[in-house]
Write a protein that binds this ligand. Structure first.
Ligand code: EPU
Length: 419
């Protein structure tokens, strides 16, 4: 298993170009199942989760061609099986995103239940209830979701909790349903909008994506198209926090500042000077130590849970005391215990962590437990004195494209070591 070795203490300065968004590319790849013909997706990030999704699709009979710049062509004219097997689904929960498209287009799906997760229970009941309301028959047997339907029938679905992939699954399914579906209490995340734009380009009739009520007028079929994945807002935020923690100065290119309002606001409160244009952000800390920043995670447009671990790392070395309240996932504090190994002062009470900023962290061996937790540990390693060795970095390879290369470009000392 590979490790990262980080020698902390460098002030970051320079440019970073952002990759396509993992959490948009995954639903887009799944949505390609809905189209008749060859779909062409660009700005796909080179990540382990993307490889897993491609593996799932090829297992079904989708012919996939990838060129050296990660432009992917998906030809789904010979789909022979409608299964997503446990061996793959257990490695990536977003596999559940094939359920809606398979059911809507082919009338059947056999998809493994995702099972447990390191950050919380993460059930898929809202996905299943919504599909049942659209007329599907659903049985869960031997760990698999067996879903069947003739043509799905539109209806009004009020989702009990705001769920990102739940909204995406139901929106994809409703595209081919008979009649007009209303999805209420829908997730407003930018990735939901990106998916709706892609589906509309394939001939779907979706309105209201990005608000809590999405209206989907069902069509008979969708056609293949080209589409470029939006930039990754969490990758963007992670590098901005890295620069803030090291007192540095950074320009982020090929990003979408509009999707990062809550994060940018917090970084300004931490003391950063931020400027932005259509697709770039610049941040300057002028060598200052960041101020402590309170965080409450909540669905978009509020502060994203996927940035919580990174801000936890920032607060460890900030001036002052901060409270982090994680309201989305019940077990997303595993990084706090690892941060303590670096010398952080953290008190946890259920889903609230109180972090007292210390003057310095000291390098130590630590272990990555999930994707964003690992990002938090990398950031802490960048400011810790001495050497930090992060184990199990396969977690970070799921969602950050060449993180060590991008950080090296702005002056960090971080190396990958095969162990
Ligand atoms: N929930 C239910 N029932 C459901 C679905 C969700 O109770 O049927 C609950 C979850 O347990 C959680 C809350 O609803 O407490 C929100 O979960 P959500 O369904 O929105 O999460 P998700 O769709 O599984 C996506 C991202 C996550 C991100 C969350 C929250 C993708 C592929 N994944 O997950 O990304 O943390 O939304 O924003 O889009 C990551 O990239 O590291 C990551 C975990």
């Amino acid at each position: 298993m590979d490790q990262f070795v980080i020698k902390g203490g460098n002030t970051l300065a320079g440019n970073i170009v952002i990759s396509g968004a993992k959490n948009s590319a995954l639903p887009l790849l799944a949505a390609s199942l809905l189209a008749e013909g060859v779909v062409r997706l660009s700005n796909i990030p080179y990540l382990r989760d993307i490889t897993t999704m491609i593996h799932l699709l090829t297992d079904m009979g989708v012919k996939v061609e990838i060129d050296e710049s990660m432009i992917i062509e998906l030809d789904n004219q010979r789909i022979a099986n409608f299964s997503a097997l446990y061996q793959l689904v257990k490695t990536m929960r977003a596999s559940i995103l094939v359920l809606g498209p398979l059911l809507a287009r082919f009338g059947q799906a056999h998809v493994s239940l995702p099972g447990g997760c390191a950050i919380g229970a993460r059930p898929v009941n809202i996905h299943l209830q919504g599909l049942q309301q659209l007329g599907a028959s659903i049985n869960v047997e031997s760990g698999y979701i067996e879903a069947k339907a003739k043509r799905l029938r539109a209806c009004r679905i009020v989702m009990e909790v705001v769920t990102v992939t739940g909204t995406e699954n139901l929106m994809m399914a409703a595209c081919l349903a008979q009649g007009t579906t209303l999805l209420e209490n829908a997730a407003c995340e930018p990735e939901v909008i990106d998916l709706a734009n892609f589906l509309n380009k394939m001939g779907a009739k979706i309105q209201g994506a990005g608000t809590h009520i999405i209206e989907i007028e069902g069509v008979e079929n969708l056609f293949a198209t080209d589409y470029s994945v939006m930039p990754d807002r969490i990758e963007t935020g992670t590098y901005l926090v890295a620069a803030t923690m090291t007192g540095g100065q950074i320009q982020i290119q090929h990003t979408q500042p509009k999707a990062l309002d809550a994060v940018l606001q917090k970084l300004k409160q931490a003391g950063a000077t931020i400027d932005s244009g259509e697709d770039w952000i610049s941040l300057d800390m002028q060598g200052q130590r960041p101020k402590a920043i309170d965080i409450v995670t909540a669905p978009y447009p509020a502060f994203p849970t996927d940035m919580q671990a990174q801000f936890a790392a920032l607060n460890c070395i900030a001036d002052g005391v901060a409270t982090i309240n994680e309201t989305i996932f019940e077990n997303r504090f595993m990084h706090m215990l690892e941060l303590e190994r670096l010398g952080a002062d953290i008190t946890i009470n259920n889903h609230i962590a109180v972090i007292r900023g210390v003057n310095r962290l000291m390098g130590a061996p630590v272990m990555a437990t999930d994707l964003r937790a690992s990002a938090g540990l990398v950031l802490a390693g960048l400011v810790a004195e001495g050497e930090t060795v992060i184990d199990r970095i396969y977690h970070i390879d799921r969602g950050y494209e060449r993180i060590e290369d991008k950080l090296q470009q702005v002056g960090a000392e971080i190396y990958r070591k095969a162990s």
